[in-house]
Design a protein around this ligand. Sequence first.
Ligand code: ATP
Length: 244
Amino acid sequence: MASLQVRELSVGYGPVRALRAVSLDVPEGAVVVVLGGNGAGKTTLLRAVSRTLAFHRGAVTGGGVTFDGTPLDGLAPARAVAAGVVQVPEGRQVFARMSVADNLRAGALGARAGSRADTARSLARVHELFPVLAKRARQRAGLLSGGEQQMLALGRALMARPRLLLLDEPSLGLAPKMAATIAATITEINASGTSVLLVEQNAALALRLASHAYVLEVGEVTLSGPAADLAASDEVRRRYLGIT
Ligand code: ATP
């Protein structure tokens, strides 16, 4: 079974303890959301799974992560991508000076991207999901709108043929209509067999997308359960949905 298991994971940035004994699961085919305010540790969790912590001077100080029964601990980020674990970073981070087409090509450099025929198939799928990326293929990525850049960041990740997508605040800074479009696409990507671990501050949107949810506060999981149950919980409604 392709599933993600995080067990008792602790992460530090030097003396800063960002995660304390966090455990969570993303079952095969699921969309799981992690909610939490600024600085709760959401991005850190994704970095630990994608093995990119070291780029940010962070380190795992306890516990671990397995994907599909195989420990990810100690793998280089490229090996995690090769295993099918692909992160879309916060703030999109597209290659602004490169064309849209070249950004997508860059996503296909991972080992799982497969043959040229596979890459062509992935590109066709990305263009089907995001027709605007075909229309703007030759344009510089930096000239796209925020929503289009989020589409490009998602498209670039899909070119690596992920089995598990790690999404860091995909709705951040987007108008509600664009955020809803991105959310619908995430549902579509999931329906075609990719598991999703999503971190979001937009709790209302995220709880509609996910089957299961976790609340992270100052590095610790304080609440978890089916997304519908969390959406109905007084604490989540008050703190994350703004309903009093
Ligand atoms: P945000 O929504 O603001 O991105 P977050 O929930 O994603 O917040 P993290 O970015 O994971 O939270 O940060 C968790 C904690 O770790 C915070 O206290 C933050 O200041 C600290 N932190 C994050 N990155 C670093 C770093 N590179 N060096 C030192 N401390 C860091």
